[in-house]
Design a protein around this ligand. Structure first.
Ligand SMILES: O=C(O)CCC(=O)C(=O)O
Ligand SMILES: [Fe+2]
Length: 303
């Protein structure tokens, strides 16, 4: 789906995107407008970071923060319901908040590694994806029959995270997979770098479908918070990253999801227009975005 349609025919864009989300929980966005030169800078800085010695990388790991900022080493995150850990390491960049901002009591400051251009490039990408996410949410709002700007204030200072992911080569057989089957916790996810094969979604008939986006596309999916808010009208589809095929085992995979979150105090309460006699409220208990996130972080062994 070309993002150009957002400007040329917003209603058509909203209808097509919404239909893809309602059917698959996923959509692929073309010509997303994020500067290719910026993506190259992020790629260079990311690879430079992960190539550092383990002792240097772990100096950017903060225990007891739920992996919210900085480095999370290989072998920590474990998908909900799994015993074997995922085969990945990652770095989280969060939102910079001004001095005195009330959310600073729970949104930690960023940690910046000593890698050239890492701070500038990754934060520029954070801002670009934050803005792109607002466009996607405008299209979703109209699809759901809400005001076009319904989500805009709810995500303004949301606890969104840019995750720079590295899946190292997989040379030893074992139970672990690159990323075990999971639903994303957040509102929506915008994913860059899924051209390297491995990502699959679990379709409603129980089949795993590979996601093979053309170059320069962003894969977008619905997270559990939006699924809950919409009473499942927009599904948070389970997905995973499988281990590489024979010829690709010696290669790393790098990908970059942006997990867009609500502002922490926002109360997720089922939207009235997503309930009906045929679709009774599945989530009668409201929950704040903050509490929802804390519960899920404990489940994936990040806290
Ligand atoms: O690496 C990918 O393609 C997907 C990663 C993912 O699903 C996640 O980190 O939540
Ligand atoms: Fe995911």
């Amino acid at each position: 789906m070309p993002l150009a349609l957002y400007d040329s025919d917003f209603d058509a864009f909203s209808a097509r995107l919404g239909a893809a989300f309602e059917r698959y929980g996923f959509a692929v966005l073309g010509d997303h407008g994020v500067d290719p030169a910026l993506l190259k800078r992020v790629d260079v800085a990311t690879k430079a970071f992960f190539a550092l010695p383990e002792t240097v990388k772990t100096s950017y790991h903060r225990k007891g923060q739920g992996g919210a900022r900085g480095y999370t080493p290989f072998g920590v995150e474990t998908a909900k319901g799994y015993t074997a850990h995922d085969l990945k390491e990652f770095y989280h960049v969060g939102r910079d908040l001004p001095a005195g901002h009330p959310y600073r009591d729970h949104m930690a400051d960023n940690i910046w590694p000593e890698v050239q251009d890492f701070h500038e490039a990754t934060y520029e990408l954070y801002t670009a994806l934050d803005n792109l996410g607002k466009k996607v949410l405008r299209a979703i709002a109209v699809y759901l029959g809400l005001d076009r700007e319904f989500f805009t204030p709810l995500v303004k200072d949301g606890n969104s995270v840019l995750r720079l992911l590295h899946y190292p080569p997989v040379n030893t057989p074992g139970e672990s997979v690159r990323a075990g089957a999971h639903g994303d916790i957040n509102v929506i996810t915008l994913l860059l770098g899924a051209e390297e094969p491995g990502l699959q979604l679990l379709d409603r008939d129980g089949q795993w479908l590979p996601i093979t986006p053309p170059a320069n596309c962003i894969v977008c999916n619905i997270g559990d918070m939006l699924s809950r808010l919409t009473n499942g009208v927009l599904p948070s589809t389970v997905h995973r990253v499988v281990n590489p095929a024979e010829g690709r085992k010696d290669f790393s995979r790098y990908s970059t999801p942006f997990f867009l979150h609500f502002e922490s105090p926002y109360v997720i309460r089922t939207l009235p227009n997503c309930m009906s006699e045929d679709r009774p409220d599945q989530f009668p208990e409201p929950i704040t975005a903050h509490e929802f996130l804390q519960q899920r972080i404990r489940e994936i062994k990040l806290a």
